[in-house]
Design a protein around this ligand. Structure first.
Ligand SMILES: Nc1nc2c(c(=O)[nH]1)N[C@H]1C(S)=C(S)[C@@H](COP(=O)(O)O)O[C@H]1N2
Ligand SMILES: [Mo]
Length: 261
């Protein structure tokens, strides 16, 4: 039976509030903000999910399923012909902010002389790529806005290889669902194939005209102006093409997997 919290006696209603508030901790911050802005109540959530939600487990499950639904809606409305805004170089944010799940004093330093980008999964040519070889591919650059869910955004200039060209070059199966990334820290993430093929998705080797500095992800950051900051992996060591959902560092802790910006 579907219940409305308005019909609950006050004592139960406040229990309901507590259950909802507790379960909210399991969803990502932007989703939580949207729920709160719309004044989501336990009764409202019951209506959305069509279930009587009377314990924190079922409330949590309902919230997570809405968050997954949100991923699918974002994927469905994603248009690969829709370009993110670009900016004049005069608007670049200086200094550009650093962010990671650790402080700047713990930034990883990858050795360029031994570095090789490892490839696996549904790709035709799995030969690892040295930086010299990556630098022989045609390069392009763009000035775009990076948006972090922690509440800041900044404009920066990244240069590198169009990711779609790179996927062509390695014979990636472009009908596969995901591209996953493993980084030199414990970070990992994955993206949908339409975003991987988007013309503004770049495998970047430079920041503001110089070799990508360590804090911004040397030797390589995948830069996607169509996605939130946490979807943009730095210090990429390996990538793979797959149909098995790979998740991500923050995504596995409740952030939206699609993460569109
Ligand atoms: N390897 C790695 N990549 C990462 C992260 C990280 O902690 N490790 N943090 C992500 C987040 S949340 C943000 S906002 C951006 C920050 O990139 P910046 O330091 O160039 O601003 O990197 C993303 N990519
Ligand atoms: Mo972020």
């Amino acid at each position: 039976m579907i219940r409305s919290s308005r019909r609950l006696p006050p004592a139960v209603a406040s229990d309901a509030d507590l259950i909802l508030r507790d379960a909210m901790k399991s969803v990502d911050a932007p989703t939580r903000r949207r729920f709160l802005e719309r004044g989501l109540t336990l009764g409202g959530l019951s209506l959305l999910s069509g279930c009587a939600l009377d314990d924190s487990e079922s409330v949590q499950a309902a919230l997570v399923s809405i968050s997954r639904f949100n991923d699918r809606v974002q994927a469905a409305i994603f248009d690969d012909k829709n370009l993110a805004p670009t900016y004049p170089e005069s608007m670049i944010t200086r200094p550009f902010p650093f962010n990671a799940y650790y402080g700047v004093d713990e930034v990883r330093h990858v050795d360029p002389s031994t570095y090789k980008l490892e490839l696996s999964g549904l790709v035709g040519d799995k030969t690892p790529w040295t930086l010299d070889r990556l630098n022989t591919l045609p390069q392009t650059s763009q000035v775009t806005r990076h948006i972090c869910v922690e509440g800041w955004s900044a404009i920066g200039k990244w240069g590198g290889i169009r990711f779609a060209d790179f996927l062509d070059r390695i014979g990636a199966d472009k009908t596969a669902k995901y591209v996953g990334f493993k980084c030199a820290d414990d970070y990992y993430t994955s993206i949908d194939m339409p975003t991987a093929l988007h013309p503004q998705t770049l495998l970047t080797l430079t920041y503001d005209g110089r070799t990508l500095p360590a804090e911004y992800g040397f030797p390589m950051k995948l830069r996607m102006p169509t996605k939130l900051g946490y979807k943009n992996p730095k210090h990429i060591m390996a990538l793979f093409v797959t149909n098995a959902f790979p998740g991500g560092y923050w995504e596995d802790q409740g952030y939206n997997w699609f993460g569109g910006s």
